[in-house]
Write a protein that binds this ligand. Structure first.
Ligand code: FAD
Length: 693
């Protein structure tokens, strides 16, 4: 039979889809959006635009490009700040650029009188951020070639001058490996670094201060190298924010929080990714703790029919909405409350400036859906805002806070306040109406989706994704406000709506739960899935050992669920050992009943060892339980058991790693150094996997 046109279209689409899937691997970082309207593409590059950054710089008269590799927005923020500062203080013609928007074969053609910055975050186990995957493949290639075909020995990059800063976390083994590898790459090929390669450490909590301390000597070196003269920095807005009095917020071209054009038009169209969420119904939600003062949510998110698929061990990203209370506070303190629903159009004053949200829109929508308004305040932001203080007294105070690190810590950081809370305290509620809105767009991060380790098995429930999330609520003695986690309190409010609780939050957070134009009505939340390498062995007979205290147990609920389902189908399943920890059995023992049910199915194959930290006279943690079962763990590891750790990166995961080295040394009678090597090689071969945050 002949294929008709529709069949052909479907076949071609299937073929293209399959090829795309296998060539792009697990990363869907670059959606080609026919509308050119996704969040990242809203006002910047459109499909089909040149990927030649040198050409782009020439067209727009730039002599400095600041590339960022960013996962949570911090690297992107630092890149913008460097670009602004370079322009304001040294008259550089700067532009900020996303690594995924350009190719790098022409690095060897980069003019000697220009400068290129790289601000690179290292993610997880030394991995590149999603937007830096291709760039990283390029620079990691031993046989990299450039446009003029010169070999590495000929030092093809000897004309290239670069600046580098890395964002990392010293609790991970591959600390700041992105920037370190970049440095090695340039050294090998002859690139000329200006200043030190900076390293910021999130693990020590000093990222911002590391950045501030690094950039001053870097600017001095750069100014000397490029013969730049420093001038007094005056604030120049990056964005043009224009009131549109003739437009009404209800007009259907106005974005009221919709992330892209599909959403504006009410079309749910895949692929769903970091630029394009799926508005998913929450099928079920419940409280897991029985404590009065702490909440932990279990939610089942329905993705059936969305085209979203996941495999056990993946992460789901939840797109939050800011709490009404904080939205109102910021609008009030900026004096924008009266015109919060007026329509504005926002565009870059420079063709290379990307507006981080689609417009026309309203102040309310920008603040509620697109800006990270609750995060800790940066010292540099305080410095920049000083000039727009409502009085000279406040200006002097802001200037001092900006200049004096210790004073800033005592007066701002230690109080756990967000920006609006700080401004409100300083001015006693008087409006800061001289602050340009552009400065808010530049100075506050774009809101980030938060990731959750999926706590259901894709084999058991492919269309429904479970999460296990602890609700963040941090009270600090002496601090004027309770820090309420942005996403988890939003989820808590959704759960309360689902259960008909009439009085959601005792602190009056109040969320716009029905979303822009009621598009989230019912109980819906915007999501996308991020694939991970945290995976069960393909052979279910292989033994597994899992260490996951607190919400670190999330992916292990999925692992055990999957193994129980396999056993029920008559498959042979290997030993499945879980080390779990919580405070008290009666209070926060997650999924206790489920473990019992799985024990009935899996019998001797499954053991759940629980450490209670607040039950007995001594605090017992998972590490103690791991030590207690050291013999069995060592034997299983010798039988090639997989070893998994999930949860707190800062201390638990590190301690478990050290403990495992000790156990192997003891039980196998080898030196600690040898045991460390064994653990390293377990990691390299995926026998040891971590999912930590
Ligand atoms: P946020 O608003 O992001 O705040 C987080 C913290 O930042 C606060 O608790 C506070 O310590 C600090 N903070 C925020 N604002 C301020 C301020 N103004 N001043 C001072 N400090 C402040 N979590 C889970 O519960 N379960 C999981 O399964 C899970 N899996 C994860 C998997 C991955 C790969 C990653 C990266 C993270 C995972 N997380 C998980 C953590 C989760 O992504 C969120 O970070 C967490 O839920 C908090 O989000 P939030 O928006 O509620 O809090």
């Amino acid at each position: 039979t002949q294929l008709d046109t529709l069949d052909l279209v479907v076949l071609v689409a299937l073929f293209v889809g399959t090829v795309a899937y296998f060539t792009k691997g697990t990363y869907w970082s670059k959606p080609h959006d026919p509308y050119g309207g996704s969040l990242a593409h809203a006002n910047g590059l459109k499909a089909g635009k040149s990927r030649n950054f040198i050409e782009k710089m020439d067209e727009s008269g730039k002599n400095c490009i600041v590339f960022y590799g960013s996962q949570t927005g911090t690297a992107e923020d630092y890149a913008s700040r460097l670009a602004k500062e370079g322009a304001a203080r040294f008259g550089l013609k700067t532009m900020v650029a996303d690594l995924e928007d350009y190719d790098f074969e022409n690095l060897d053609q980069y003019p000697e009188d220009k400068i290129v910055f790289f601000v690179l975050a290292t993610y997880g186990e030394g991995e590149p951020t999603d937007n830096a995957v291709e760039f990283y493949e390029f620079v990691s290639n031993e046989d990299v070639t450039f446009s003029n075909g010169a070999a590495a020995e000929e030092k093809p990059l000897s004309n290239l001058n670069f600046v580098a800063f890395g964002l990392g976390n010293n609790t991970y083994e591959h600390y700041n490996s992105m920037v370190r590898n970049l440095n090695t790459f340039f050294e090998r090929l002859g690139g000329n670094r200006i200043g030190e390669a900076g390293e910021g450490d999130d693990g020590a909590g000093t990222m911002e201060e590391d950045f501030l301390a690094w950039k001053e000597p870097m600017w001095t070196a750069l100014a000397a190298h490029m013969n730049l003269e420093e001038r007094e920095a005056v604030y120049e807005p990056v964005f043009d924010v224009v009131d549109m009095p003739n437009m009404d917020a209800e007009e259907d071209t106005v974005y009221l929080g919709e992330p892209n054009k599909y959403h504006l038009e009410g079309v749910q169209k895949g692929p769903h990714n970091a630029h394009n969420p799926y508005i998913a119904p929450i099928a079920e939600s419940k409280e897991l703790f029985s404590a009065d003062d702490r909440n932990c949510l279990h939610m089942e998110i329905d993705v059936a029919g969305s085209g979203i698929s996941y495999t056990t061990g993946d992460h789901i990203a939840i797109w939050p909405t800011n709490a009404g209370k904080e939205v109102e506070r910021l609008l009030r303190v900026l004096g924008l409350e009266p015109k919060r629903h007026s329509v504005i159009k926002v565009s870059g004053l420079d063709p290379t400036a990307k507006v981080p949200f689609p417009s026309p829109t309203t102040y309310d929508a920008v603040v509620r859906y697109h800006m990270e308004i609750c995060a800790p305040v940066s010292r540099q932001m305080v410095s920049t805002l000083a000039a727009f203080s409502p009085t000279d007294e406040i200006k002097a105070e802001m200037t001092k806070m900006g200049e004096d690190k210790d004073y800033f810590h005592a007066k701002v950081a230690d109080l756990n306040v967000n920006l609006a809370q700080l401004l409100e305290i300083l001015s006693n509620g008087a409006p800061w109406d001289k602050v340009p809105f552009s400065l808010m767009i530049e100075g506050l991060h774009k809101i980030q989706p938060r990731y959750y380790s999926i706590s259901s098995s894709s084999v058991v429930q492919p269309g429904k994704i479970a999460i296990t999330a602890i609700v963040e609520s941090i009270e600090r003695p002496g601090a004027p406000h309770i820090v309420k986690g942005v996403t988890t309190n939003y989820l808590l409010a959704l759960k309360q709506k689902q259960h008909g609780d009439p009085n959601p939050d005792p602190h009056g957070l109040k969320y716009a739960l029905t979303g822009p134009r009621n598009k989230y009505d019912g109980v819906h939340v915007p999501v996308h899935v991020r694939h991970s390498n945290f995976k069960l062995p393909s052979d279910p007979k292989k033994p597994i050992i899992m260490v996951g205290p607190g919400t670190g147990v999330a992916p292990f609920r999925a692992f055990v669920q999957e193994r129980a389902a396999q056993a029920e189908k008559g498959e042979e399943v290997g030993r499945t050992i879980l080390f779990y920890g919580c405070r008290r059995r009666q209070e926060d023992f997650l999924y206790e009943k489920e473990w019992e049910t799985h024990k009935e199915t899996l019998g001797d194959k499954f053991h759940c060892h629980v450490a209670f930290s607040r039950e007995g006279p001594n605090k017992v943690y998972v590490q103690h339980k791991v030590q207690e079962y050291a013999d069995e763990i060592n034997t299983l590891l010798e039988q090639k058991a997989y070893f998994y750790v999930c949860g707190d990166a800062a201390s638990m995961a590190r301690e478990v790693n050290a403990l495992l080295i000790k156990i192997i040394a003891e039980k196998r009678g080898v030196s600690e150094a040898k045991a460390e090597e064994i653990v390293k090689s377990m990691r390299a071969s995926n026998q040891y996997q971590e999912d930590v945050w």
